[in-house]
Design a binder for this molecule. Structure first.
Ligand code: SAM
Ligand code: SF4
Length: 343
């Protein structure tokens, strides 16, 4: 990975969570658990993974304290993810705790949608603003093949409940896999348009626990665009409207509905990345693909002050690399899989 010489120390002062390339992190992704009730083939093996021991996971109190320190450092959006965030029993309390922080960050969640039907209203009441529900296919057989679980109806009900609870705009995230669902991306778009959900396709990344990702097999953004164009007219929205958002967005059939394509691999958005990450066991990561992380749980349990935690967070963000480096000769897939980092 190419990198510029890095100044040895981070300058003091009010630049927020800055790095050596001038980016400032304002969006914190928090993994609240590494456990999951699905087994998506691009994410984890059929038998699952050895889950984190509970004693290693941050308690609600610890989690909220660390998120509070991030907010003090300029974070303005918190996204809860996992693993499957709905499997954390105290999730509603965690959302309420984040909503009570000053200044209150916006609160979003990425979920597979299983069980969302039961809890969407309570999450919205606690302060959740928006959801992204992952749904790669609307064909139940393909869904079972892809997630290794027969739960499509649960996800559909979860999506409807999210819209009903006002967790809008309800977004749908889809990963296209060659030979599995790549021929039906337009069906997913049509289904989302009928229900008012905003669809975004995400290129498959080398973050699976099995390390089976293959660049040659990945369905790239160009191919997704082309397949959608066979049925819909896509008009690109100006890149200036995009800011640090990773999706290239298109009006569908003249709008107002849109579809997004996140070309994380083929057209990386690293130069405008504004994300920081916290794992369920209290590690700060500056990138999905980072090979290093900074432990906060140990210092937290040893009585560190907020300032000491802030210094550790700043140090980790300061050394963020220029880009993820996928495809470069020295690229290594991180040891932690996506499900444990928090996608
Ligand atoms: N379980 C929740 C879910 O599926 O939405 C949250 C965690 S999941 C890791 C977050 C997002 O990452 C999902 O939209 C999922 O499709 C995506 N994802 C997982 N593995 C991926 C991979 N190898 N490449 C691209 N996206 C991936
Ligand atoms: Fe679970 Fe989400 Fe990974 Fe699928 S993508 S296995 S739902 S963590």
């Amino acid at each position: 990975m190419t990198s510029l010489p890095m100044p040895r120390t981070r300058p003091t002062g009010g630049a927020g969570l800055a790095d050596t390339f001038g980016r400032v992190a304002r969006d914190l992704r928090v993994s609240v658990t590494d456990r999951c009730n699905l087994r998506c083939t691009y994410c984890m093996p059929a038998e699952g993974l050895p889950w984190m021991p509970r004693a290693e996971m941050l308690t609600d109190e610890e989690l909220l304290r660390v998120i509070g320190v991030f907010v003090g450092l300029g974070v303005r959006q918190v996204r809860l993810t996992g693993g499957e965030p709905l499997l954390r029993r105290s999730l509603v309390d965690v959302v309420a705790g984040i909503a009570a922080l000053e200044p209150r960050p916006s609160i979003a969640m990425t979920t597979n949608g299983v069980g969302l039907e039961r809890v969407a209203g309570r999450l919205a009441d606690a302060g959740l603003d928006r959801v992204n529900v992952s749904l790669d296919t609307i064909d139940s057989e393909t869904f079972s093949r892809l997630t290794r679980r027969d739960r499509l109806t649960d996800v559909e009900k979860g999506l409807a409940a999210a819209a009903e609870a006002g967790l809008t705009p309800v977004k749908v995230n889809a990963v296209a896999m060659r030979g599995i669902n790549d021929d039906s991306v337009a069906d997913v778009l049509s289904w989302c348009l009928d229900r008012g959900y905003e669809l975004r396709f995400i290129e498959q990344m080398p973050l699976d626990a099995q390390h089976a990702w293959d660049r040659e097999v990945m369905v790239g953004a160009d191919e997704i665009r082309q397949r959608l164009s066979e049925r819909f007219t896509l008009t690109p929205l100006p890149a200036a409207d995009r800011g640090s958002a990773p999706a290239e967005r298109f009006l569908v059939d003249g709008g107002p509905a849109t579809v997004g394509i996140i070309a994380s691999v083929s057209e990386p958005f690293c130069s405008t990345c504004d994300r920081a990450r916290l794992t369920a066991d209290g590690q700060v990561r500056n990138c999905l693909f980072s090979e290093q992380e900074t432990d906060l749980r140990g210092p937290l349990r040893d009585g560190a002050s907020d300032q000491e935690l802030a210094d550790l967070i700043n140090g980790e963000m300061w050394r963020k690399a220029r880009g993820h480096g996928i495809g470069e000769p020295d690229f290594h897939q991180p040891t932690r899989p996506m499900s444990s980092i928090g996608g």
